[in-house]
Design a protein around this ligand. Structure first.
Ligand code: V47
Ligand code: SF4
Length: 371
């Protein structure tokens, strides 16, 4: 009887809690401001922050948790710039530098289960001199081999690099890559938009405003995208909130973002700093993102980055998506992620049902796939 009652009524926050007014606001479907986001970040009451995040998540996704059968292809780790948090990039000629030929991409793609796979996540470093046709051909090859697969490829940083290198407008790039079958952009390269922090961690990368501009043009060209935030290094709470605010503002204008993915900084094999942030900070960041980004339908708990157990916990703190099978991801594993190289479909279903949530297989655009 008691259990039944607990399930019927969502948990609430006591009237004397410092978070009560924010709780009420969110409960009334009002948008919270930057000051309120700071109050949430500064709160030590992680459970109350989670209760508020759950209000928003329930509104969007009820008890569903999404997953996708996907694979990663990192076509090259050669990169023209060096970000201080990156353990993946190399300079051409380094002993571990690699470039996949079109044939290599084909072979890699055939290692994925062709009956199951729905999405390829394809990104790489900023390669100094591959021709534009290389990128077009990679997309076309995958689409020709398996038309059911969505190609989600190239971060805004790579797209801006192509514009620069091939002297093309962003519109032109999206038109040409779209013709070959590009359907979505992954959310990488956003890092933290704050100019001050960017100068320290990725001084030669495009600015935050340029990143947003690439996504704006993508959305205008009919290409949906994701957004990320790299946190837990040298940024402040204010920097995180500024980042979320700029994303929320763009989403108000375009509605082209599908999901937001907070990415915890991993410290191994890169020079930025030596330790990683706490699990509490990770959960709080998931929760505050869920509450603040009231125009993003989904928040992804990327299990490769959080680790499986924290990703499961994040499902009680506002996240509704675990990403997917993620076969052979390289960027996080280079930076010390201890998670496995891949999960199977039944692993994902088990992880979600263990949390008493409903597993839903999706495509890249969150259409449900009956399986
Ligand atoms: O932009 C690089 C991050 C991102 C480290 O769109 C690091 O569905 C932590 O964007 N520690 C790429 N993070 C990954 C990414 C992504 C992942 C999963 C799904 C989607 C999606 C996008 O990885 C980079 C950078 O922010 N990164 N090095 C590191 N040491
Ligand atoms: Fe290059 Fe991307 Fe690594 Fe920066 S994060 S060094 S742009 S691969």
């Amino acid at each position: 009887m008691l259990v039944k009652q607990l399930h019927k009524h969502h948990p609430t926050i006591p009237k004397n809690s410092p978070l009560y007014s924010i709780y009420q606001k969110v409960n009334n479907k009002e948008r919270i401001g930057e000051d309120e986001a700071l109050t949430l970040f500064q709160s030590h009451n992680i459970l109350e922050v989670g209760i508020i995040a759950n209000l928003v998540n329930q509104r969007f996704n009820q008890n569903k948790v999404y997953y996708i059968l996907n694979g990663h292809i990192n076509y090259s780790n050669v990169c023209a710039i060096q970000c201080s948090f990156c353990s993946f990039s190399t300079k051409r000629g380094d002993h571990n530098a690699y470039e996949m030929s079109l044939e290599d991409v084909k072979n890699k793609f055939t290692t994925f289960n062709q009956d199951e796979i729905r999405e390829i996540h394809m990104v790489g470093g900023l390669h100094p001199d591959m021709p534009f046709s290389y990128y077009e051909d990679m997309i076309q090859t995958i689409k020709t081999m398996n038309p059911r697969v969505t190609v989600k490829a190239f971060t805004a940083v790579e797209i801006a690099h192509f514009a620069d290198l091939f002297n093309m407008s962003l519109e032109d790039i999206f038109e040409k890559l779209g013709d070959k079958g590009l359907e979505a952009l992954p959310g990488g390269g956003a890092e933290i938009f704050s100019e001050k922090i960017r100068r320290k961690i990725c001084p030669t990368k495009i600015s935050g405003d340029q990143w947003l501009e690439v996504h704006r043009i993508a959305h205008r060209s009919g290409i949906k995208s994701n957004a990320t935030m790299l946190f837990g290094h040298i940024e402040t709470y204010e920097d995180r909130i500024d980042h979320l605010k700029r994303l929320r503002d763009l989403q108000d204008q375009t509605h082209g973002f599908l999901t937001f993915i907070p990415l915890t900084y991993h410290p191994e094999h890169n020079p930025l700093r030596s330790n990683r942030t706490s699990v509490l900070d990770e959960l709080k960041t998931v929760a505050v993102s869920r509450i603040f980004l009231d125009n993003f339908p989904h928040i992804k708990a990327y299990w490769v980055m959080l680790g499986i157990k924290v990703a499961q916990l994040a499902l009680s703190f506002g996240a509704d998506d675990l990403d997917g099978t993620v076969k052979e991801e390289k960027i996080y594993h280079a930076a010390g992620a201890e998670s496995p190289q891949m999960l199977s479909k039944s692993d994902l279903i088990d992880l979600i049902t263990e949390c008493r949530k409903i597993p839903v297989q999706r495509d890249s655009f969150y259409n449900e796939i009956q399986s």
